[in-house]
Design a protein around this ligand. Sequence first.
Ligand SMILES: [Zn+2]
Ligand SMILES: [Zn+2]
Length: 390
Amino acid sequence: MTDTSASPAVPIAACPYCGREVPVANFCGACGAHLVHETVRAARRHHAYAAFPEEPVLRLAVTSSLFPHLSHRAKVVFRTAVGLIVVALIGLALGGVEAPAIAVSALGLPVLYLLYVYEVDDPTRASLFRAVPPVLILGVGLGIGWGLIAGHYVNEALAPTLDTSLVRPAALAAALAVPAIALVLMAVPVVVVRARRGRLDESLDGFVLGAVGALAFTAAATITQLSSLFSVGQFSDQSFVGILTQVGIRGLCSPIMAAALIGLFGASIWVSLRDDHPAGARWLGAPASALVSVLVLETGVGFADIARLSDAQLLVCHVSAVVVSLAAMRLGLHYVLLHEAGPSEVGAPSVCGHCHFVVPTMHFCPHCGVARRATARSHRPQPALALEEP
Ligand SMILES: [Zn+2]
Ligand SMILES: [Zn+2]
């Protein structure tokens, strides 16, 4: 077999940011810095998200945020599926049909996420899909228990009272304690499975399993809480905007926010980050940053829930929280991927799983800048045998 790693066709130069000898290309294969720009911002590359470098870090995009391993073609399919869930929820709210609305709002995104894990799985290298059942069972169990207990406190806070203050004990319990405890419970599944991660040793494995646990939790809690509303007839008495608000929050806002932020927490606890990356700001990918983001946002929507807002105002609050949580998640995950330790040597030429150019195999693709670990294992570069001399 020809050793193509030392091919003289690839010019090598020292990266001005990390100092390593890397191929002369758009991006540094070792640290991911954008070599075309020559400012300190090139190492942070906020214009080129590490999982999808053709997008800026701060782009409002649900699909590329929650499904970071997808190829371009699969991203279109999953984006269409997310759109269909939104259309189905609006249609069911318009038709006022409660049972299907509850089913789609509780199960739409979680089922889609399981399809995603199956799509990007590669059991021959390290199977993410096989790690899902314990996370799922834990998340569902905790979610059902939580749905039964938390519903009581939230209903108590929402009950008619002469004291409309947001700092009365019941209101504080519903707005502060309920989200804080829910957050801890949502994070339990990914923390439990981290100890037995085996060959699943990449930050995005932690992200995906964190998101699965959070989605299982929110789905089980949603079914438990909405079923009780349904059984006492509260759900059917609501207007179109009221039902749309319920299913929009339960079916989209809560699960997207939970999956994004608990996913980020999962990624941050999954790997240890190196401290010599030229981008700095390693704290943005730290578990504490993820926890603070989720706590602030969940508490914010907790107060919105009990502030007796109109349905439309409540929906706007939750959608705003989703926008902020996606931004926090993408920023945090970008820094996790930049700081995640990986090989810095110039490997053999192979096809990049993201841009499909033949490039030296490195931690970052020298052509498009994608973090190699943000491509599905099944799409990872294989040695380009066709390039070898006969
Ligand atoms: Zn570099
Ligand atoms: Zn590439």
